[in-house]
Write a protein that binds this ligand. Structure first.
Ligand code: DGL
Length: 283
C-alpha cells in the first residue's frame, strides 16, 4: 500500500475527477454543467490505459497512486469517474486506505449512483450492463442493483474492444460497427427481456450513436454522467462540511500521465473545446 507520507493540508481545494484515460471527461462535463461554480482537477492515467483488462491488484495500485496524487495537490473530495476503478479499487481505498491517509477526505465512485437510477427506468425489470471485462467480472453492478432492487434481473456483457476504439479516436469509424453490433447482440441474446442497457464504462458515451443504431427501439440506453452529477450535487448538499472544503472559482485543471500534445488533441474531442494540460507521473 502506498500512503502519502507528508501531512496533508486541511485547506479547501478543487474536486478531483479521475479516470484511466479520457472516458472520465464524459462525467466531468456533466458535473461541470451541474456544478459550474466549483473547481476541478481532472487526472487521466492515459499512459497506462486501459485498466479494464488489468488485474484487481494492478487497478487498485494505480488508482491509489492517482488518489494520493490528487490529495497531494489539495483535493479533499475525489470522484473515480471510472467504473473499473470504482469496481476494483474504491471499496479498499474507502475502507483500508482513507483511515490512514486522512479520514476526513472522501473518494466516491460511479457505480452506486448509476445503480440507484435503474429502479425508476426499467419496466420489464431486466437490465443489461455493458462494461469493461474487469467491471463485468467484478459483479459490482449485479450486487449494487440487487441490493437496492432485488426484483431486477441483471446481465452483463464485457466489451473489451470499445475502450481501445474510443482511446484511438476510432469510435466513429466504419470499423467500429462490427464490434458495437456484436456486443449488443450478445447481451440481448443472454436476456431478450432487457429493456434498459447501462453504459457501465465512462468511455462508451462516445459510441452512443452507433450503440443506438444497433439497439432495438424501446430499449433505454443509460449514460452515467447525468446521474453521477446529480448524485454529487446531492452529496455536497447532504455534507456541508465537505462542501465547505471545495473551492469555487469555476476553474478546471487537467493532468495526464501521457504527453501533453496527445491529451490536448483527444480531450478537445470529448469536451468540444481546447484545454491546457500538464503532464505528470504517478507511482
Ligand atoms: N473508463 C473506464 C471505465 O469506466 C475504463 C477504461 C479502461 O479500461 O481503462 O470503466
Amino acid at each position: 500500500m502506498t500512503h502519502v507520507a507528508a501531512a496533508l493540508s486541511q485547506e479547501a481545494g478543487p474536486i478531483g475527477v479521475f479516470d484511466s484515460g479520457y472516458g472520465g471527461l464524459t462525467i466531468l462535463s456533466r458535473i461541470q454543467e451541474t456544478l459550474p461554480e466549483y473547481d476541478f482537477v481532472y487526472l487521466g492515467d492515459n499512459a497506462r490505459t486501459p485498466y479494464g483488462t488489468r488485474s484487481f491488484e494492478v487497478v487498485y495500485e494505480f488508482t491509489l497512486q492517482a488518489v494520493n496524487k490528487l490529495f497531494e495537490i489539495g483535493c479533499q473530495l475525489i470522484v473515480l469517474a471510472c467504473n473499473t476503478a470504482s469496481a476494483k479499487a474504491l471499496r479498499n481505498i474507502q475502507q483500508k486506505d482513507l483511515p490512514y491517509i486522512d479520514s476526513r477526505r472522501r473518494v466516491l465512485g460511479v457505480i452506486r449512483p448509476t445503480a440507484e437510477c435503474i429502479g425508476n427506468i426499467t419496466r420489464s425489470r431486466h437490465v443489461g450492463i455493458l462494461g469493461t471485462a474487469g467491471t463485468i467480472r467484478s459483479q459490482s453492478y449485479v450486487l449494487e442493483i440487487q441490493k437496492l432492487f432485488p426484483d431486477i434481473q441483471v446481465s452483463g456483457q464485457a466489451c473489451p474492444l470499445w475502450v481501445p476504439l474510443v482511446e484511438n479516436n476510432e469510435y466513429d469509424s466504419p470499423g467500429a460497427n462490427y464490434f458495437v453490433q456484436q456486443y449488443i447482440r450478445n447481451i440481448l441474446e443472454k436476456d431478450p427481456h432487457i429493456d434498459t442497457l447501462v453504459l457501465g464504462c465512462t468511455h462508451y458515451p462516445l459510441l452512443l450513436n452507433k450503440i443506438r443504431q444497433y439497439t432495438p427501439q424501446g430499449i433505454s440506453i443509460i449514460s452515467q454522467g447525468e446521474y453521477v452529477a446529480k448524485s454529487l450535487k446531492d452529496y455536497l448538499h447532504r455534507h456541508p462540511e465537505m462542501d465547505a472544503l471545495c473551492t469555487r472559482h469555476g476553474h478546471c485543471r487537467f493532468l495526464t500521465t501521457e504527453s501533453e500534445e496527445k491529451f490536448k488533441e483527444s480531450a478537445s474531442i470529448f469536451l468540444n473545446h481546447p484545454v491546457q494540460v500538464e503532464s505528470i507521473s504517478l507511482g
